[in-house]
Design a protein around this ligand. Structure first.
Ligand SMILES: C[S@@+](CC[C@H](N)C(=O)[O-])C[C@H]1O[C@@H](n2cnc3c(N)ncnc32)[C@H](O)[C@@H]1O
Length: 274
């Protein structure tokens, strides 16, 4: 059954209010296909039933499931490759030198989906910078989706998921077969602090300071005002000599001019000197 336009508007406003995600008119099919299964799980007849419940009570597990379902969680191991090369060739060597006195590094994957991005970084670091095992490395990975965080924490991936971007030697070295899935080693799972975090929160108390932040392929879902607010908050939690990675289709240009591109053709940015 097609969603009523009133119900579509309600869901679009709700998702914008809760997660800052913009759902444009014309995306009715998206709401129907994403919320159909939520209705079934909640024992409701259809999406109209979900909307009715949420109009009566804008809180609780149903609201969380609806927000969760409306997030887009597309990701893969070593996605786009080039940012991981840049981390390996320039960013981490630079930080190893700058932080050699305190021997500590703080990393945040700010929209980590089901974990491939932080796990890719960790594997690359273990392979190329074994000396970091002797450093204090704080690795935080966050997402708004509780379902994605649960999967990331579990670290279990299908054959299809490991086929996407994970080099065979790393699969063999860091995963073992568990039933029909591939289970990542506990030492990698435990190296990451997985937490729920909503990037659209007005302020970010208790966050940072970070040396590296991955904020990739999430700002595309937000409007300009939200992007500006996030980049302003990011300035406060990123060290003045830190590195911020965006998705390849994302930029700070014309959004927040207090960042400068680190190297041309890399979606890596650094705070401009104050
Ligand atoms: C397309 S995935 C990107 C995953 C990964 N960074 C990558 O580039 O492969 C976008 C992620 O952003 C999360 N997200 C969407 N809105 C968010 C918000 N307001 N706060 C935090 N995370 C959010 C989604 O749950 C989803 O997992």
């Amino acid at each position: 059954m097609a969603i009523a336009s009133d119900d579509f508007r309600f869901i679009a406003e709700l998702i914008r209010e809760q997660a800052a995600i913009v759902i444009e008119p014309g995306k009715e099919y998206l709401v129907e296909t994403r919320l159909g299964p939520v209705a079934v799980t909640a024992g409701l007849v259809n999406v109209a039933g979900v909307v009715r419940e949420l109009r009566a009570k804008r809180a609780g597990p149903l609201l969380q499931r609806v927000v969760d379902a409306m997030t887009t969680n597309e990701t893969s191991f070593f996605r786009d490759l080039q940012p991981f090369e840049h981390l390996k060739e320039r960013v981490i060597p630079d930080l190893l030198e700058r932080r050699k006195a305190e021997r500590s590094l703080s990393i945040w994957c700010a929209a980590s989906s089901c974990g491939q991005e932080p796990y890719s970084m960790l594997m690359m670091m273990r392979e190329s910078f074994p000396q970091l095992q002797q450093w204090r490395v704080q690795f935080l990975a966050t997402d708004i989706s509780q379902q994605m965080l649960a999967k990331a924490r579990e670290g279990s991936y299908t054959q299809l998921e490991v086929n996407r971007g994970l080099p065979a030697p790393l699969l063999v070295k860091y995963f073992h077969k568990k039933g029909i899935e591939w289970q990542i080693d506990d030492s990698l799972r435990r190296a990451i602090d997985w937490r729920e975090f909503n990037l659209s929160a007005r302020t970010w108390p208790g966050m940072g300071p970070f040396d590296i932040v991955m904020l990739r392929n999430v700002m595309i879902y937000f409007d300009l005002a939200t992007k500006r607010q996030i980049l302003a908050n990011m300035r406060k939690v990123l060290r003045p000599d830190g590195f911020l990675f965006l998705g390849t289709a994302e930029t700070t240009i014309n959004v927040d001019d207090s960042y400068a591109s680190d190297v041309l053709h890399t979606a890596c940015y650094r705070p401009k000197a104050a």
